[in-house]
Design a protein around this ligand. Structure first.
Ligand SMILES: [Mg+2]
Length: 233
């Protein structure tokens, strides 16, 4: 059995925070930049937090360099506010996600990680709130590391190669996400693109973006994705 690296998106794929992320973003932006722009109507799905800041603050006259310099402060404040707010929101794992991850992490040839638009410090807070232990995902790439989500898979892969002491070929990497941007970032690496319709993007819109596998939810991940990959291997 060959090794597989499965990299999960967080929001809309593993869990839903039902407004906690937006509330923390609003507070952190006000603290760090003095404005939150049009955060109340912003579409976050599939974007890195850095990209979101450039979109929201570019419209307020901020230069990309000003934003880049304040990303570390923004990450700290996001973690601070989310930790404070998250208990007031209903945070749930997406259908099938928690039992799937619990099974996968006990499967010897399968290795896990995350690729998320969230800034690094926020990921464990969201994961814990939805019932996942952050250390089930020992490697990842995060939304404070690039404006462009398509650059995150290479970062995650390099970390996975070192952490798991195995050089994963792109065909051994599965990227699971809930938006066309997750599919695009899988393509950027040459990884297997799995789309799941538990986020804000509809099943039909995901189908139009032509992922390798399209799931209604993660309950069918093993029967649809893994069984097929094993036959192909
Ligand atoms: Mg997502």
């Amino acid at each position: 059995m060959h090794s597989l690296l499965i990299l999960f998106d967080i929001d809309g794929t593993l869990l839903l925070t039902k407004g906690a992320g937006r509330a923390a973003t609003r507070a952190a932006m006000l603290r760090v930049f003095g404005t939150c722009g049009k955060v109340d109507t912003h579409e976050f799905s599939g974007k890195t937090d850095w990209f979101t800041l450039v979109e929201l603050l570019g419209a307020e006259g901020f230069k990309e360099n000003d934003i880049a310099h304040r990303i570390p402060a923004y990450e700290r404040e996001m973690a601070h506010f989310l930790e404070n707010f998250i208990g007031n929101y209903t945070v749930n794992a997406c259908v099938g996600a928690l039992p799937l991850v619990q099974r996968l992490r006990k499967t010897p040839h399968i290795h896990l990680g995350v690729i998320t638009g969230n800034v690094n410090a926020v990921a464990p807070i969201k994961l814990r709130a939805a019932g996942f232990a952050p250390d089930w995902f020992p490697i990842g790439a995060y939304g404070n590391e690039s404006i462009d989500r398509n650059l995150l898979p290479a970062l995650a892969l390099g970390r996975a190669n070192r952490y798991y002491n195995h050089i994963f070929r792109p065909s051994e990497v599965i990227i699971v996400g809930d938006t066309p941007m997750d599919i695009a970032c899988a393509r950027a690496l040459g990884a297997v693109a799995v789309a799941v319709a538990t986020g804000t993007v509809s099943y039909d819109d995901l189908a139009a973006a032509a992922p390798d596998y399209l799931l209604r939810d993660l309950t069918s991940f093993e029967s649809v994705v893994l069984d097929n990959l094993h036959h192909a291997a």
